[in-house]
Unconditional design. Structure first.
Length: 124
DNA sequence: AACCTGACTTCGG
DNA sequence: TCCGAAGCCAGGT
């Protein structure tokens, strides 16, 4: 979906907080996702300045969602589906998203084209 | 203090 | 087209 080679896109949060550690930037990116929209792990990683750090984003969510009060439920995988195992919050996350007006299709998938939080960033 | 692991993605064989 | 493996980072053990 997004230009994997677009350097202007990657690092927008980094530019805003150049001295903050990766984790901090990821948290900032997650917090900026508005209610009723979703973002993928890679989107967050991209905005945090590390396009390939999707995995770390997942880790951070797992470890910090409680303390930082993050809208963790708005983060989903690139297929538009919930990655959380059903035994570990899948249903809860789905409920939270539905409560924000997000719709799931028959395959429990979210239409990223409609709900994905992807601010347009013009090339610099 | 070193090593392991994870709610992921993407690229190469 | 399908499967294996690397890339990325930091808290836990």
């Amino acid at each position: 979906m997004v230009a994997s080679q677009d350097h202007g896109l990657a690092g927008i949060i980094l530019k805003q907080n150049p001295r903050q550690p990766f984790t901090r930037r990821v948290i900032a990116a997650i917090k900026s996702v508005p209610r009723g929209r979703v973002a993928t792990y890679s989107d967050i990683a991209l905005y945090a300045g590390s396009p390939r750090a999707a995995r770390q984003v997942a880790w951070i969510l797992h470890a910090m969602s409680g303390k930082e009060k993050l809208p963790w439920h708005r983060i989903i995988n690139s297929w538009g589906k919930i990655s959380l195992p059903k035994a570990a919050g899948y249903e809860e996350q789905k409920e939270l998203l539905i409560a924000e007006g997000i719709v799931f299709n028959q395959e429990d998938m979210i239409d990223l084209k409609q709900y994905s939080w992807m601010p347009k960033i013009k090339k610099s």
